[in-house]
Design a protein around this ligand. Sequence first.
Ligand code: PAF
Length: 280
Amino acid sequence: MKRIQTIKEVKNEMCRYRSEGQVIGFVPTMGYLHEGHLSLVRESIKQTDRTAVSVYVNPKQFGPDEDYLQYPRDIDRDADVLEKEGVDVLFTCQDREMYPKGYKTYVEVQDYQDVLCGASRPGHFRGVCTVVLKLFQIIKPDIAFFGQKDAQQAVILKKMVKDLNAEVKISVHPIVREKDGLALSSRNALLRPRQRKAALCLYQSLQIAKQAILKGQTDSLKIIHLMKERINKEKQAQWDYVEIVDKNNLESLSKVIKGETLIALAVYIGQVRLIDNIII
Ligand code: PAF
């Protein structure tokens, strides 16, 4: 595996692969890799000829009071893991090269960026879209792999690619969970043992929603109420949002529609903000 730290060098490497007619897969990450990321890496290795992974904790997608500094980092461990998986290129980048002095250009997907996580994290998706489009310009992948855990991110990036005619396919893959149901997240590393237990309320509230729907409940408000009831039982937990939306355009749904409904939530467990979702 090549560890590359400059844009020029990684562009050259990707250019070489393209000139050999190889299909390039790309997995953008912020590092501190877990099985969720690795499932994307494995998918890329399976589906393409060359796999590039970026590890870059993008400052532009964190608000001033968010956990940019606390975000877990361990680039040497990440590099070891990726090497063992058979990744071709690990791209890391310095902030001063990604956003040089005088940087002025941002990408926004209007409306989609303002709901769910975007409502309490203004500017977050502007930061995500900006860095992802920059990474696409640098790597020029044929297929980019993302996790369904960041459901809103996946919808927004698909829309960005469509609206801007970017020539990359966005491939979205299922959430990877711990045995007890907790969705894997780099932020889980920040949970204390008691908080780890409390964090199960995200998954369990989604299961409560699913059961209610299987029994015939379709009223979004009633389902959301049941979910919040479960979360409110945890002293350490404070929900940020619990919403039922159209899985394609993120518009609020008053009734669950089969195959089209995304149930998504964000919950603070102490200071740690976790997200999870299911598609019904
Ligand atoms: O999902 C993430 O880890 C990040 O939002 C991404 C896509 C790597 C952009 O920084």
